[in-house]
Write a protein that binds this ligand. Sequence first.
Ligand code: SF4
Length: 345
Amino acid sequence: MKKKVKALVLLSGGLDSMLAAKILMEQGIEVTGISFISSFFGADKAEKAATQLGIKLKKIDFKKEHLEMVKNPASGYGKCLNPCIDCHALMIKRAGEIAKKEGYDFIATGEVLGQRPMSQNGGALERVKKLAGTEVLRPLSALVLPETEIEKKGLVDRKKLLDISGRSRERQMELAKKYGLSYPSPAGGCLLTDPAFSQRAREMIKNWPKCGPEDIELLKYGRIFWLGGKTLMVMGRNKEECQMLEKIAGKGDVIIELESEIGPLTVVRIFNFKFSILKQFSILKLQIPEELDVNELKLDEITNEEKILGTAALLTGWYATKARGKKVVYRITHNVQFKSVLILC
Ligand code: SF4
């Protein structure tokens, strides 16, 4: 009996990747989806897509490797902090390694020639292939691209592949109708294409070139302040953000909360923090002013650890509107190996 051809399809969960999988399934190819999880995107959409297609899904967490690429992408960025060419190449490379190890015959993607100006023009698709170091089939655009070894070897019937190119989504929408596929809107899903988040991440990479996924995580919630260019302070803006920040605060972080008033929770992550400084803080009286111009605090110039914590406490009090003009009591927790609580009064 002839061995069934097995393909690993990069599944983002968007319509194009679903169609790429479907077109191969129509040829009797056994398709498995593969989706990647980074600090900037997850696999939720891919899970829904795989369920709809009735295929298995491999989820690969490559946060660290992906973040290192984002810090210094060989092919540069798009409009925001999105290094799409290198991001595609990294995913294809990893998928290629997994395919080889696990006995898949080839990998495929839902990329469409000319759909995205930066990452899906002819030159970019070639570059992705070169950077990834592996052959990749693009079923939606195969007929407008050079024939791949995958097609030449007869692993896939080239005649049944498509010739879609350009930015119009009409043909994909017709195909979705034909196959009865529902799909999410193309926008969103990757924080690196969000201008505001990109700005936050850019600043972190500049201030902490060695930042890791656990640092990027903090940028997703609350107001962000940088003190002295090396200390990150993140303040929740609502109950959900405060709860999330408390949950993700790591070893060595300082958590500041108001004990005497309702207000935000703040996480302070200090570069090379010395725990001993907190002892000096065990007695502190803090009066929150009625008026405060945050710009006048000159946060950029605050590098002394005592001042850092004092300023973080002051701002936490100031953003608790009801605490303005009052003397407040703080609860400060420092995550060392266990949570120790220091009451400042
Ligand atoms: S939009 Fe985001 S996930 Fe998609 S290729 Fe670009 S960087 Fe990667």
